[in-house]
Design a protein around this ligand. Sequence first.
Ligand code: NAI
Length: 256
Amino acid sequence: MMVPPNYSTEFADRVALVTGAASGIGLAAARRLAAGGAALAIADIDEKGARAVADVFVAEGGRAVAVGVDVTDPVSVKEAVRTVLQEFGALHLAVNNAGIGGPVAPTHRYPQDEWRRVMATNLDGVFYSMRHELPAILASGGGAIVNMGSSCAVNGFAGVAGYAAAKHGVIGLTKTAALEYAARNIRVNAIVPGFIETPLLAGATPTERSHLIGLHPAGRLGTPEEVAEMAAFLLSERASFVTGGYHLVDGAYAAQ
Ligand code: NAI
């Protein structure tokens, strides 16, 4: 029988990289992994924000480093992984979470430059991240990766062609990498959150907000911590036979 985990030490010998960790879901995931004892690379295009987060973790007695990264740039991602290895000597866990919402417009009016920007961040960014994380994780003896999907990764959502296409792509990348590395001790999963209370939704009007809430049978938006808890499970040994899937954290949104 499995021994119950000690949640405050289960990541004690693990090094974790979280992209988009200066805000929202990424920040909550980083905080949750730090609470389990992991050494954290707080990676974000918002370098100042990342530094502020890392400073707090260190002040609380944790091990953390801020890493400025633009996930749309493969050279920047390569450098970020190199920095993690230099700083901590290994990489075991990654949460590829950096993402943007992009415009809302029907497909025939969806701006082409915005399409490129959304794909570059939400899909290319996950590919570049895994491309550079995987060799580092292999060299460190194995580990696990979580990619951030969305309800728009498994269902369409009118008005967000770029976002939905990119997030569907994230599921394809996740399944493929899971197959490729399952026998090499790296598990790869995706999380499919419903709408979550983060700065990403800050632009929503009160009407749009209540519409979004109404999409969830649970009658509310999710919290970043609720998504972070799934990430922690998937990255832990508790999920040792869980790979290649996407995991809903959505208040029954997708069940309808
Ligand atoms: P957020 O806006 O609070 O945080 C996103 C973070 O990513 C920010 O710190 C931002 O600086 C960083 N970032 C943006 N572009 C970047 C780049 N090119 N390189 C590196 N970092 C970059 O957003 P939130 O809500 O925490 O979103 C995180 C992830 O969760 C995204 O992938 C998003 O698509 C996904 N998601 C969010 C949902 C929501 O309702 N908030 C629902 C489903 C999925």
